[in-house]
Design a protein around this ligand. Sequence first.
Ligand SMILES: NC(=O)c1ccc[n+]([C@@H]2O[C@H](COP(=O)([O-])OP(=O)(O)OC[C@H]3O[C@@H](n4cnc5c(N)ncnc54)[C@H](OP(=O)(O)O)[C@@H]3O)[C@@H](O)[C@H]2O)c1
Length: 331
Amino acid sequence: MRLLVLGGTAFVGRHVVLAARAAGMDVTLFTRGRTNPELFADVERLTGDRDGDLSALHGRRWDAVVDTSGYVPRVVDRTLDAIAAATGHYTFVSSVSVYADPSAATLSEESPLAAVPEGTEAVTGDTYGGLKAGCERAVTARLGDRALVVRPGLVAGPHDPTGRFSYWPRRLARGGEVLAPGDPGAPVQFIDARDLGDWVVRMAAAGATGTYNGVGPAGRLTLGQLLATCAAVADADATLTWVDAAFLAGQGVVPWTDLPLWLPDDRRGMTSVDASSARAAGLTYRSVEDTARATLRWDAGQPLRADAPGLDPQRERDVLAAWHAADGASR
Ligand SMILES: NC(=O)c1ccc[n+]([C@@H]2O[C@H](COP(=O)([O-])OP(=O)(O)OC[C@H]3O[C@@H](n4cnc5c(N)ncnc54)[C@H](OP(=O)(O)O)[C@@H]3O)[C@@H](O)[C@H]2O)c1
């Protein structure tokens, strides 16, 4: 099977490529040649720009395309101009950020979608979801009977450039007193990029169509359980101190950016996404322990980015000291 990946050299796309190669597919990548250009030296690499020169795609045919690099409907549309007629199947990797109301009790594929004003092209935290929803519409309008739309939640695992999930295994491995935010019983969801890649490739091979949320893990997982798993995997001398959400707000600690996977109650829908359709269609999950262990092992060899999410050690100590002082004062 001939598979074209639009992208494929960072994280989600990389795991799609790895899964496709493991499945024996004949893989071609189309990128600008900027991100990890040395990767996949034995795979056909086409160079161009989805928002520029698409000529490398002309005159070619593929059995399936996986699009991991679409963010702006106009750009997705012009890619489709080049390849819609040249592929039997098209997978668009979208996001659970497409949903309009992150405070909903649960989010299913039928939940209302976000929108952005006509002509919006700048991808920001505010426009990302509405733009992705527009990209989905562009794909389904052109290829509805051949299109698969996958909406992942937070993606975790080796090669994650965002550093979000990685914060926790790394922090637990450093040991000492660890600031754990909010409620240990709060639900968390994520999908291992390796599970996502495997499933997308199996769906593309089967010619499956439709729209699916792609989140995990298999059962209900709490933040407390996740941090305990990270601690067990790290095997370090770490103790968790759970700090009240209101106190953290008073300290200016921001959910998600300062402490990843911790969301305020008014975004609970983002941790209660229904993936039962995806599971019925064959999405499977490795264990949380496997994801934490593999992430920690990969992360250990990576330099820490200056803009990585999470609290830096001094700030964490300061907030913990303030918490203990407030606790002592109230006794
Ligand atoms: N990470 C998460 O937690 C998460 C959650 C939900 C959804 N998602 C979705 O998952 C996808 C992210 O995947 P990823 O970045 O890890 O994918 P990836 O496919 O591994 O990396 C992005 C690829 O796109 C290529 N690219 C970027 N701009 C391009 C352009 N103008 N023309 C041609 N190629 C271009 C990059 O190469 P060059 O730079 O060399 O061009 C790179 O190969 C996105 O669709 C995102 O919305 C991610």
